[in-house]
Ligand binder design. Structure first.
Ligand code: C5P
Length: 218
């Protein structure tokens, strides 16, 4: 496979599944940058399985809203199946997890270390078998630092808000304002995560070499 422009291609650790070497393509970046569209297209083109890690945080958030408990209380108990449809304990929640209420709750859920730890365990288990294109904001750094291909995909705040607003059929100005709050929370969390990782793990210089791939016009 030829490398995706702007990605860093590294081969740190070969993983084998039966006869062949496994490959993970990690596509990281902020919400609304177009990760899903790119990841789906790349997965289809390569014949790899697509992992939308955000849908797992959304499913945990929905489970917590339904049970009226905190997300950390349900994260390691719920069964989440991600594929064409997202199943939460067997219930098809593909549409419901896209509501604004769940988006907000997912962002809060994703800021909780216990929730992240439970999701990372599940995601690593999935990625241990087969070829994957996995998207999220921590796939290349935390979930699969050994991924063979890493892409950091971003876009301007306005372009991201417009994409989300088009998807949801709502006003881009509202999305832009909410997105700014969510970005702030996400970046604080990422700084904390980075500090924790630096204490606990040697950071490979390779991980620093991420490039913006695509700044989509509005
Ligand atoms: O990408 P999506 O909007 O579906 O993600 C839902 C929420 O989960 C967002 O707040 C996003 O920042 C968070 N998330 C995360 N880590 C991931 C995937 C998503 O914190 N790997």
């Amino acid at each position: 496979m030829s490398p995706i422009p702007g990605s860093s291609t590294t081969s740190r650790r070969s993983r084998h599944d039966g006869g062949g070497e496994l490959m993970v393509v990690a596509i990281d970046g902020p919400a609304g940058a177009g990760k899903s569209s790119v990841a789906r297209a790349v997965a289809t083109k390569l014949g790899f399985t697509y992992l939308d890690s955000g849908s797992m945080y959304r499913a945990v958030a929905l489970a917590a809203l339904r049970a009226r408990v905190g997300p950390a209380d349900v994260a390691s108990r719920v069964s989440i199946d991600v594929g064409e449809r997202v199943l939460l304990d067997g219930d098809d929640v593909t549409a419901e997890i896209r509501s604004p209420e769940v988006s907000e709750a997912a962002s809060v859920a994703a800021s909780l270390p216990a929730v992240r730890a439970a999701m990372v365990v599940q995601q690593r288990r999935l990625l241990g078998h087969g070829h994957w294109v996995a998207e999220g904001r921590d796939i290349g750094t935390v979930v699969a630092p050994e991924a063979e291909v890493k892409v950091f995909l971003t876009a301007s705040p306005e372009a991201r808000a417009k994409r989300r607003a088009d998807e949801l059929g709502i006003d881009p100005t509202t999305v832009l304002a909410e997105q700014a709050i969510r970005d702030q929370r996400d970046s604080e969390r990422e700084l904390q995560l980075q500090a924790k990782l630096e204490q606990e793990l040697p950071i490979e210089p390779e991980l620093e070499r991420w490039y913006p791939l695509w700044d989509a016009p509005v």
